[in-house]
Design a protein around this ligand. Structure first.
Ligand code: ADP
Ligand code: MG
Length: 457
């Protein structure tokens, strides 16, 4: 590795760890001069940057270089005139890290610029969540900790998290880390693998801990996927405790309430209950109309939809805001391809006919199928997720897994997770078994047909 490559990796990671203003002010024109004898010499064009970097970013620079090179360096910052060009070199670095690991190490705080408070349309169903999110963005760690936002898919939870992130990056120097629970688990597993293989004295676990604990605001999205992975859950609990004790803000999103997070240990759930829990409900007709109008306006879409069409979308495209957006996109494409300047309601219905039908399919969720199947067999949905193996329960569970496999877009892993944290091979097995059995078993075939009808109603 040469100085340029190392510094590019360094800047790449750094840019995700500090605000873009700080990054361009202090680091944009920096270079790595040399890396040897335990000293990293960095050059910057101006005197103030020298002092500012040393006083404010020393630990961070040290930490990222440690991660990239596997060695701890003292950091010295110079003006170009203060170093000699012959000296410009790097001692041999044995730590070969892949591009993937660089990706893993980045803070995921490059927030989506599209998701902001000012383009979040507020109505009765989401007002509480919106105001709590804004309050937390204005005074992180002080008011509601943790903030737990829950609601069905597509109602704006991730939008609000990014809005908090963007707000903080623009208005404060807070270190913010946004991550999904799946990324957290992967990160934890990878770091453990590295730790096992590592021959030098670098403690990757320490690096991991610093990454998560050295922040002012930690946002974990989709906590329902934290799953039964006990070690990761344990690590998450430890992270939570450290941040909480230091009055750092924690924000959690979930597609279900705390009580319904069946795979989480009670002590973690208790902690979620310490703070403020807010739910987002599906938008009513009026809010959907406003959201659609807002999307057209801020999206700067070259399309003008009549009120009829907007009302049609609001009534026929479900409650998931993602689907409302999808419908608009489709109409924009349709009018461009067909070269129609102003769409009539009939054009719109035509353009959206497949879409409104397919929605029925994409609106099926694992939970919905579990509830319908359990009800059909006079069981409780929890039975399907339990370890119970009595015949009626095991049969119903296999049928439910089969239906999830054929009627949703979810992966086997995810289906397994929702059935009490079972392995994906169990899902494959159930699917194959039911798929074979229906060929000769008329009764089973009838049951499946009836269930499918119930699910599509
Ligand atoms: P969730 O995380 O709850 O599944 P997202 O935050 O990803 O949902 O929202 C899905 C899409 O819907 C995003 O593009 C988001 O901008 C949009 N959206 C959801 N609610 C609103 C709202 N109240 N105003 C504007 N856009 C919204
Ligand atoms: Mg989301």
């Amino acid at each position: 590795m040469d100085v340029i490559k190392i510094w590019n990796d360094f800047l790449d990671i750094l840019s995700t760890r500090i605000s873009s203003i700080s990054f361009s002010t202090w680091f944009k024109e920096s270079t790595l001069h040399s890396l040897k004898d335990g000293i990293a010499k960095i050059t910057v064009p101006y005197e103030p940057s020298k002092i500012h970097i040393t006083e404010n970013y020393y630990d961070l620079v040290e930490e990222i270089l440690l991660y990239i090179t596997g060695k701890q360096y003292e950091i010295e910052v110079y003006l170009p005139s203060e170093v000699t060009s012959e000296d410009n070199s790097v001692e041999e670095i044995t730590n070969k890290i892949s591009e993937n690991t660089i990706e893993d190490y980045k803070y995921y705080s490059n927030f989506n610029q599209k998701y902001r408070f000012d383009n979040f349309v507020v109505g009765d169903s989401n007002r509480f969540a919106y105001s709590s999110a804004l309050a937390v963005a204005e005074r992180p760690g002080k008011l509601y900790n943790p903030l737990f936002i829950y609601g069905k898919s597509g109602l704006g939870k991730t939008h609000l998290m990014h809005a908090i992130g963007n707000f903080l990056l623009e208005n404060s120097d807070k270190k913010v880390l946004y991550i999904t629970s799946e990324q957290f688990i992967n990160d934890f597993i990878n770091i453990n693998k590295k730790e096992d293989k590592s021959k030098d004295n670098v403690s990757y676990i320490d690096v991991f801990k610093r990454k998560y604990r050295d922040v002012d605001v930690l946002m974990i999205d989709d906590i329902q996927f934290l799953g039964p992975a006990t070690k990761s859950q344990q690590e998450f609990t430890n992270t939570f405790n450290t941040l909480y004790d230091n009055e750092k803000q924690i924000i959690i999103c979930s597609d279900r309430s705390v009580d319904d997070l069946k795979l989480l240990e009670d002590r973690l759930k208790t902690r979620f209950n310490w703070g403020l829990k807010v739910d987002i409900n599906p938008p009513n007709f009026d809010l959907k109309v406003q959201i659609i109008k807002n999307k057209i306006e801020v999206g700067d879409l070259a399309i003008d939809l009549s009120d009829d069409i907007i009302n049609f979308i609001a009534s026929n495209c479900g409650n998931d805001v993602r689907n409302l957006e999808g419908a608009i996109t489709r109409l924009v494409a349709y009018s461009a391809i067909m070269n129609i300047k102003s769409l009539t309601i009939n054009d719109a219905m035509d353009a959206l006919s497949d879409y409104t039908n397919n929605l029925i399919y994409s609106q099926n969720t694992i939970t919905k199928i579990q509830n319908i199947v359990a009800n059909y067999f006079k069981l409780h949905p929890d039975d399907l997720k339990s370890k119970k193996r009595s015949k009626p329960i095991a049969n119903a569970r296999q049928i439910a897994m089969y239906l999830c496999r054929t009627m949703t877009e979810e992966t086997q892993q995810r289906i397994g997770l929702e059935f009490g944290g079972r392995d994906h091979s169990t899902v494959i097995h159930s699917y194959e078994k039911v798929n074979n059995d229906i060929i000769n078993n008329k009764e089973l075939d009838k049951i499946i047909t009836e269930l499918k009808q119930l699910i599509c109603e």
